[in-house]
Structure formats: structure tokens, C-alpha cells
Design a protein around this ligand. Structure first.
Ligand code: FES
Length: 121
């Protein structure tokens, strides 16, 4: 069996309401992960693409977040409506979606403008 070409880690972390960092799945329904899983199945990609729920990816202020490996792509503010587009463009055609990409200035930077604006005063 070949290795997975894309492994999607869909953050399903929950935090208490009002937490300063927020969270990617406040309802705990794993709806985004389930949408990826369904799209992968519908397209018959299950042997090459895996969509797993993950814990916090530490990019909370940009959530809901999805990390795609081994490409090392981090998408933020991902909505269920984005799922077919991500599978089509990024998974099938290796195109990075600039409108969803967490910018290099923000990735792993707790001092980026988005993180600062959500910090408690
Ligand atoms: S809660 Fe999703 S990245 Fe932290």
C-alpha cells in the first residue's frame, strides 16, 4: 500500500467559552473534520488522503485551522464551504490557497497582530 500523499489534521480542539485564545471547534461536533472525511470518500481518495481530527495546532487565533502534511501547509479560518476547494486545489493539484494560508508572519507567532488583538487587556 502506498504512503498517504496528504495527511490533513483538522483541529477539533474545544475550550471553555470566553477563553482568550478561542478554539477551532466550540461546538465539539467535528463538523469540519467530517466534511473533509466525506469529501475524501466521495472522491475516492481514501487510500492516499487521510483527514484526522487533531488537538490544538497552536494557531488558535487563526482558527478553525487545518494542517496538511507532508507539505507543511497551515490554513486558517477554514469553513465547511472551503473543503471541496481545498481538496480540489491543494490535494489534487498541489496549489496553495493564498486566501486561506496562515501567513509566515503569523504562523507560530503569538505576537502577530491577530493574536495581540485577542489577548485580554
Ligand atoms: S484550538 Fe485549534 S489551533 Fe488551537
Amino acid at each position: 500500500m502506498p504512503a498517504f500523499t496528504h495527511h490533513l489534521f483538522v483541529c477539533c480542539n474545544q475550550r471553555t467559552l470566553g477563553h482568550p485564545r478561542g478554539c477551532c471547534d466550540p461546538e465539539g461536533a467535528e463538523a469540519l473534520r467530517n466534511a473533509f472525511k466525506a469529501e475524501v470518500k466521495t472522491r475516492g481518495l481514501g487510500l492516499l488522503v487521510r483527514a484526522n481530527s487533531s488537538g490544538c495546532l497552536d494557531q488558535c487565533e487563526h482558527g478553525p485551522c487545518v494542517a496538511i502534511y507532508p507539505q507543511g501547509i497551515f490554513y486558517g479560518h477554514v469553513k465547511i464551504e472551503d473543503v471541496p476547494h481545498i481538496i480540489e486545489e491543494t490535494v489534487l493539484h498541489n496549489r496553495v490557497l493564498d486566501d486561506l494560508l496562515i501567513s509566515p508572519e503569523c504562523l507560530n507567532n503569538r505576537n502577530c497582530e491577530h493574536c495581540r488583538s485577542q489577548s485580554p487587556t
